[in-house]
Design a protein around this ligand. Sequence first.
Ligand code: ATP
Ligand code: SF4
Ligand code: MG
Length: 341
Amino acid sequence: MADPRLLELRDVTVTFPVRAGPWRRVAGQVRAVDRVNLSVASGESLGLVGESGCGKTTLAKVAAALLKPSSGEVWFEGERLSAMTGSRLRQMRRRWQLIFQDPANALNPRFTVRQAIEEPLIIHRLDGTVADRRNTVAALLDKVGLAETFADRLPSELSGGERQRVVIARALAVQPRLLICDEPIASLDVSIGAQMLELLRDLQRREHLSYLFISHDLRSVASMAHRVAVMYLGAVVEVASTEALFRVPWHPYTELLLRSAFQPLSAQGVAGGEAPSALHLSSGCRFRARCPLAEQICVDQEPALIPKNPPYEPALRLAPPSVGLAQGSASPRLVACHKRP
Ligand SMILES: Nc1ncnc2c1ncn2[C@@H]1O[C@H](COP(=O)(O)OP(=O)(O)OP(=O)(O)O)[C@@H](O)[C@H]1O
Ligand code: SF4
Ligand SMILES: [Mg+2]
């Protein structure tokens, strides 16, 4: 990959105060993100998966500089965002854009599609003349597969899929290098979601975009991401190329996640159990309460995320053949587990 330093999260931690009681006094801290190191290279899609509440959206907000980390650093194109303020940060913000799950909330209901797409152009002073703007809006709509006639419609006059296309056109208006997509197809039905993924893949090829792609739907992650990071209770527990991860999930939690997505309940061999809370993290490995391989060392020591080498010939093939796997780079596989060689 050409630029390994497009987005880099270095040792990022985010804690939130937890309030309780009638006076909403601070009763503790939740570690929503815990010492995460991740990077997205130029032209790469990094998938981010994990159970609800594991910290994916919080991480996305930190990556988009919408939330300051409690500790750690965020770098973009070799510049440290945490050290930036005011106009420099505003200038940088057009280099990445966020796409959330619900396109209805992302669009002002009183703005036409044209106004919605023109707004970021005006904010970032990329607007030019009225004729320039008209041409730019038409070109952006074309990129996302919508005719120019959509420009004068209101969001309420669009389907969910069309709205999400407008959100993507609006994001592309400022010529970003990275799209941070947080559950971008979760509110769409299956066939419209599949078309949206095709559009995102196509845009990546044509515009050389990078994605941080967050989804509960492992099939869409398998088809979109070159590499996948697996989060559990705020921490990244495995990072691998998509092909490697879906063929041989190496961390016991990744295995659980993939089994529950791709196999019937009767065939799921790993203990499921209640997900512990990030509020009450125990010592040692954070997955140990649910892990069938747990031993004393898992109680005593927290495993570090380090390079590991699963056997080449897989014991498990959890992704069904119908799932197209994106081909990733040959980057080393990282796993946080004492028991996996
Ligand atoms: N503003 C906040 N104040 C307090 N706690 C928060 C706040 N935002 C998130 N959290 C907590 O941080 C943890 C991570 O939340 P986050 O929204 O990042 O999870 P997620 O992985 O995106 O979940 P989902 O898959 O359901 O979207 C959760 O325990 C959540 O309750
Ligand atoms: S470190 Fe121990 S408890 Fe944690 S995932 Fe590995 S085997 Fe399971
Ligand atoms: Mg979320």
